[in-house]
Structures are given as structure tokens and as C-alpha cells.
Design a protein around this ligand. Structure first.
Ligand code: IMP
Ligand code: MG
Length: 188
């Protein structure tokens, strides 16, 4: 079976590029430098645990972990899944935990990785959840920060890019399940 590649054409254009694959790769390199120098990471008595918020952060997590490893920091990783969006493009009700981590954060610092910080309810929920698990410290990183829409009083420690208040897809992020595999961040 051969995989048929379908180039994007003028008739079937992909989402417009907001952050290109090259821009993302370059920023993740400098982000990894910043994270490695973070005092919580430097002073950790036990090896930090990376926690990836599924599903949107899977690609960012993979590339960030490779960048950290290339700089000498190999992290254990675990995953959890939260939902607040359903199939829409605006948060729908409270954040719910669909799947918890399988390695506990008890007694160790956590590098919490998410795709987008928007209203902030997801990050606030995850921080509370990981503290309740017993994490000794939390360093949070998000690829994109939509500062305009903040409702919860949270901020991320390390931010990839400031993002305008538009609905983005690609590089792990979806619109109703589509576009997660795009190698760039685009706008519909
Ligand atoms: P918050 O709880 O409002 O901060 O929402 C954060 C979550 O909403 C992120 O983890 C994303 O999964 C999702 N999200 C927010 N904005 C977008 C977007 O533009 N495209 C895709 N997902 C988004
Ligand atoms: Mg998410």
C-alpha cells in the first residue's frame, strides 16, 4: 500500500501559517535553554517529571523533550488528558480530568507542558491537581499564550509565543479532531 501525498493547492489550501515549522523549531531550542536554567529545575533534589496535557500538547512535548535531551536533560514523561472544549471552539463548562497520569508526581518537581494558555482554567486545574498529587514544585510551559482571554489568575513560567486571539490549529492542536498533524501552527 502506498501513502498518497496530497500537496495543498490553491483549490484546497491549508490553514494560513501563523508560526512556521522553522520558527517553532528555533523557539523550542531557546525555550529548552530557559527551562534548563529555571531555578526549580536546577535545584531539584529529585529528577523532574514531565507531564504532557493530552491531546494538544503531544507534538510540542515530543520536540521539547528532544531539545532538552540534546542539552543533557533526559526527563521521564507521563500524560494526562483534560477536556473543556468538546467539539466547539470556546470552552464549554468546567475542566474535567478524562485520564490521570500513571506516574505520580509525589515528592518530585514537575515540568507541566500544555499547548495553549487561554482563559487559564486548564492550567489552574492542572496545577491544583499536581500539587494535590504531591509535586514539590511546578514549572509550567505552554507553546502559545493568548493573554487577551485570561479569566483565571495564572501565568505560565515559560512561553513559546504570544498568540493573538484567534482559533489556531496544527502542531498537535485541532478543530473538532482535524489538523493535529500539520507541522506548523495555522489559523483557520
Ligand atoms: P483554557 O482553559 O481556556 O486556558 O484553555 C486551554 C486549552 O484550550 C488548551 O489546552 C487547548 O487545548 C484549548 N485551546 C485554546 N485555544 C485553542 C485554539 O485556538 N485551538 C485549539 N485549542 C485551543
Ligand atoms: Mg489542551
Amino acid at each position: 500500500m502506498s501513502l498518497e501525498l496530497r500537496p495543498r493547492t490553491a483549490q484546497a489550501p491549508g490553514p494560513e501559517v501563523l508560526f512556521s515549522a522553522a520558527e517553532i523549531a528555533a523557539r523550542i531550542g531557546t525555550l529548552a535553554d530557559e527551562i534548563i536554567a529555571d531555578p526549580v529545575m536546577v535545584e531539584a533534589a529529585r529528577p523532574p517529571l514531565a507531564v504532557c496535557a493530552l491531546r494538544g500538547a503531544f507534538m510540542f512535548t515530543a520536540d521539547l523533550m528532544r531539545a532538552l535531551s540534546a542539552r543533557g536533560l533526559d526527563l521521564e514523561v507521563t500524560f494526562l488528558q483534560v477536556a473543556s472544549y468538546g467539539s466547539g471552539t470556546a470552552p464549554q463548562g468546567p475542566v474535567t480530568l478524562l485520564q490521570d497520569t500513571d506516574s505520580t508526581a509525589a515528592g518530585r518537581p514537575v515540568l507541566l507542558i500544555d499547548d495553549i494558555l487561554d482563559t487559564g482554567h486548564t492550567l489552574a486545574f492542572l496545577q491544583t491537581h499536581l500539587r494535590a498529587q504531591g509535586a514539590t514544585g511546578i514549572v509550567s510551559t505552554v507553546l502559545l499564550d493568548k493573554t487577551e482571554r485570561r479569566e483565571a489568575g495564572v501565568s505560565a513560567d515559560h512561553i513559546g509565543f504570544d498568540c493573538p486571539n484567534v482559533f489556531v490549529v496544527g502542531y498537535g492542536m485541532d478543530a473538532d479532531g482535524r489538523y493535529r498533524g500539520l507541522p506548523y501552527v495555522g489559523v483557520l
